[in-house]
Design a protein around this ligand. Sequence first.
Ligand code: ATP
Length: 347
Amino acid sequence: MTLQQPKITPKPLPSIAEYGPHAIEVQDLTFGYNTSASSSMVKENSSNVLHNLNLTLPTGSRCLLIGANGSGKSTLLRILAGRHLTQQPVKVLGLNSFRDTKLNFHRAYLDCDWGMTSIAFVGASVPMMADIPVHKMMERLQNSYPERRDELAMMLGIDLNWRMHQLSDGQRRRVQILLGLVRPFKILLLDEITTSLDVCVRQDLLKWLVKESDERGATILYATHIFDGLDDWASHLFYLTNKGTCGWQGKMEDLEVYKELKANNHPAKMLSIAEHWLRKELEESRAKNEYEKAQYAGMELDPTDRQGGYASGRNIPMEETTTTGGVKRQGRLSDLMGNAGKMDSHR
Ligand SMILES: Nc1ncnc2c1ncn2[C@@H]1O[C@H](COP(=O)(O)OP(=O)(O)OP(=O)(O)O)[C@@H](O)[C@H]1O
């Protein structure tokens, strides 16, 4: 599994000035996607995904990002990864997350899109089909940190001679993780990357991440819907509501529900916490939908008011006898177009 390849002495990474106790600092962040011709990051816009969001994460913490589908977790992670420009500056390791390129040497971001390409006439998210061995992928980077690469390959069960085009989804995901983690990071942003991993590899990866934050002081923010094995993993939680606001953030031990679950030795604490928050949201949004449906039912329009009803003349008497004894039809689009009575010739 290990390779005999020349070790490259890695170039010293650009240093980062002292930035205080917080690896991430987000203040009053409002963000929306540019779905119209007008500007995207409009401050007061109902289509914004994130609203007046504050997030501070201490250096060395492991934080789980919890939120319903569509609440904006991936959006937030992409902003922290410097993929989206925001009006309000977002600080990662004390630097502007979008503008400061030094961050690229200290920040790792892993999401589900890696290893997929878009191919015209086939579609997006097609697995990468290049016939290339794992050890040739980002070769210089791998050879700069051979011990770390071998440790990760061992932990993830990767054979460095695997060829990319022959891999299963889970194997491709493991290679992504190896390449994403091989350079020692100060901050790691994970957007549900463990979905296709088997249970053992997932557990080993979670354990390895704990070691990274405990021993090297790395900060980890992890968005997931899978809570197996995470009961004692996180030091912090961030709950993103379905309105794109902060529902709760802080240390696990400051969360009342967690304290209760821990005291009762609950077997699935994280799952219960997530369900406790998300179930409430779901019930509220179901009640809102029911209410709106009931309101709408009271206001239902006469079907003939719709386009093609009165508008096209259906309230006009439909037929009238012509001087020649034929029947002239009215109230149809053809009448409005000026060819009323044309049907006469067919009678
Ligand atoms: N590129 C984009 N352009 C326009 N809207 C987007 C884009 N990406 C995401 N959105 C919208 O932003 C909102 C938040 O999406 P996001 O992917 O951040 O949610 P999420 O919390 O990660 O969801 P999930 O748990 O399903 O992955 C959704 O309403 C989504 O439709």
